[in-house]
Ligand binder design. Structure first.
Ligand code: GRF
Length: 217
C-alpha cells in the first residue's frame, strides 16, 4: 500500500518532528515525510530532517505582505513535494482561513493540554494555575479557530504537587511523542472518519484503562 505523504511544518526544536521521523523510519509505518517546512531558518528541527535525509524548505514569513500570501507560498512547497497531510509540529504561526479550507480535514496539530481546556501558547501554566490534577496532550484536526477541531488522540498525565511549567511540559512531551505518530497512523490506515466537529476512530481493542490523579493506593 502506498504510504501517506506528510508535510511537517515547524518553527523550532522539532522533537515531535523527530518522533514522526523515528516512526516513519519503520518500513511498516503507513506514512512518510516528504518535506519539512520551517518559517525560521535557525529552527533546530531542520537539523533533524537533514540528518534523516528529508527535504527541507525555509519560508520566512517576514518576506510576505500578509498571512495568506505566506500561506500560499507554504502551500506551493507542500503541493510541489506531493504532501497529502499537513502536520503542524510546533509551528508558531496562525494559518489563514484560506489555507485551513484548502487543506480541509488534512491538517493535524498537537497541543500540550487536554483540549478543549487550556488553549493557547501557555497551556502548561494555565493547567497549573487552574489546579488541574490531570493534563496531557491532544492531536486534532485543524479548524480556523486556534486549538480547535475534531480530536483524534489524547493522553492524560498527572499534574503533580510542586510541578512548574518545565516539569509538566516534560511529562506531557513524552506522551506527545507517542500520540502524534499514533494519530498519523490512524489517519493513514483509514481509521478516522470526520463527522462535523468530531472524529470517529475505528480502533478495535480499546480498553477501559483509566488514570486517577492523585492516584489511589
Ligand atoms: C509541543 O509542546 C507542541 O505540543 C506544541 O509546541 C511544542 C513543540 O515542540 N504545539 P517541538 O518543537 O515538537 O519539540
Amino acid at each position: 500500500m502506498p504510504r501517506l505523504k506528510l508535510g511537517v511544518l515547524i518553527s523550532g526544536r522539532g522533537s515531535n518532528l523527530q518522533a514522526l521521523i523515528a516512526s516513519c523510519a519503520d518500513p511498516s509505518f503507513p506514512a512518510e515525510i516528504v518535506i519539512v517546512v520551517s518559517n525560521k531558518s535557525d529552527a533546530k528541527g531542520l537539523d533533524h530532517a537533514r540528518a534523516a535525509g528529508i527535504a527541507t524548505a525555509v519560508v520566512e514569513h517576514g518576506g510576505y505582505r500578509n498571512r495568506e500570501s505566506f500561506d500560499r507560498a507554504v502551500h506551493d512547497v507542500l503541493v510541489g513535494e506531493g504532501a497529502e497531510l499537513v502536520c503542524l509540529a510546533g509551528f508558531m504561526r496562525l494559518l489563514s482561513s484560506w489555507f485551513v479550507e484548502t487543506w480541509h480535514d488534512r491538517i493535524v496539530n498537537i497541543h500540550p493540554s487536554l483540549l478543549p481546556s487550556f488553549k493557547g501558547i501557555d497551556a502548561h501554566a494555565q493547567a497549573i494555575a487552574a489546579g488541574a490534577k490531570l493534563s496531557g496532550c491532544t492531536v486534532h484536526i485543524v479548524r480556523a479557530e486556534m486549538d480547535a477541531g475534531p480530536i483524534l488522540v489524547q493522553a492524560a498525565v498527572p499534574v503533580l504537587p510542586g510541578d512548574d511549567e518545565d516539569s509538566l511540559a516534560a511529562r506531557i512531551l513524552t506522551m506527545e511523542h507517542k500520540c502524534y505518530p499514533l494519530a498519523v497512523k490512524l489517519i493513514a490506515e483509514g481509521r478516522v472518519q470526520i463527522d462535523g466537529d468530531t472524529a470517529i476512530i475505528d480502533m478495535p481493542g480499546d480498553t477501559d484503562d483509566h488514570i486517577i490523579s492523585p492516584s489511589v493506593r
